[in-house]
Design a binder for this molecule. Sequence first.
Ligand code: FMN
Length: 431
Amino acid sequence: MKFKDIRALATVQGPARTPSERLSRRCYSVEDMRRLAAKRLPGSIYDYIEGGGEDEVSLRRNRSSFDDWSFLPKWGSVENLDLSSSLLGGPVSMPLTLAPTGGTRLFHPDGESAVARAAEEARVPYGLAHLSTTPMEQVSAAAPGLRRWFNIEPMADKAELQAVLDRAAAAGYEALLVNVDCRAIGHRERDYRNGFTAPPSIKLKTVVEGALHPRWALGFLAHDAIAFPNLDAEIPQGPLSSTPDMWRTLLAGSYEPTDWDDIRDLRARWNGPIILKGVVNPNDAVTAAEIGIDAIQVSNHGGRQLDHMAAPLDMLPDIVDRAEGRLEIIVDGGIRRGSDVIKAIALGADACSIGRPYLYGLAAAGQAGVAHVLKMFRAEMTRTMMLLGVSTIQELRLEGRDLIRHRNAPFARTSPAPEASHGLEEMGIPS
Ligand SMILES: Cc1cc2nc3c(=O)[nH]c(=O)nc-3n(C[C@H](O)[C@H](O)[C@H](O)COP(=O)(O)O)c2cc1C
């Protein structure tokens, strides 16, 4: 090469000026963001996000279920590619929502407000957890244009329930996300081994962890103490261990036995849409439709509750068929790529929801991190649709099952059998 050719190749990259520019140069996938979050957080806090119930079989299956499906792209032009659609009667810029996650300020001091602002900017809904660490009204004030949903348990104490519903309605929460997978709390053994508590108790191990993660420790110490301000119940002072007792303490009334009558009761009390979260059994989807529930979130709580609970994607085709379009279907669990969302929509879901991916973004870089995760999902969905040969979410839902194939599906001939016998008969072999 001549000197001028070499000089033409020489490039100098200036320093990144904003957090989002820095992330654009470092994080090309949710997996990159996960690695960054793992570096930023003390091990016990990271494990609280990452872990699942017992042997974590559901957790792993959530992820591997997406690998069982392959795309069958079709040839043809793709024009005016558009990811927008509607969900529960309102617009979404892409078929994605942010799932509720309790204790979010443990991961970054800006917590739920940062998540809400990023979701508002991306024009996707966010489900705020009952066990959030920011008051629901403060989240509303941080992101007034956000489509926000509120996550509760089917509580037996109706006075307590009504108080929460009134508060959520007054704070502008349009829909309820009702858990039906938390009758007991999953056995999250990583948390026991780590001695995890919320908030972290101050002992030698946590002091060492904090010293090794100074950015996290300073953020934690410089901001308000972790609390659960959406609960009206009296909460004891001090750290609560991540045992069933902790949640029982926090959600006192919710652990009384509840059943379908409590869901009917909720239906009568709440004017807006209701989403049942944690359904994997097609019979429950049918019952939900029959009693006027608007949507289900097919979910096994990200593998954190009943281990060996079916992976949501595995159950999706059955649920879609049994629901017969009577309710909307959101899927969560193991979604890490835009292509995962496209697979679920092709199988008949209306939208997908993510938990850990946005928490990685939050832990790594606050609001900019969540925004970057949403940006990556949008770019991956766009690219996947382009390569698959579909222009709109509507088209994907209509033609989806022709564009995707399970690895165990029997071979299905899509064109007529060829006339020729390939000479098999001449060889004495029936064709
Ligand atoms: C740290 C953490 C806290 C969670 N807290 C709640 C919660 O308070 N309520 C709830 O319904 N689901 C909760 N979930 C489950 C999520 O809403 C969602 O179902 C799950 O994270 C989806 O799986 P994914 O993390 O693989 O995306 C939590 C998940 C995580 C990771």
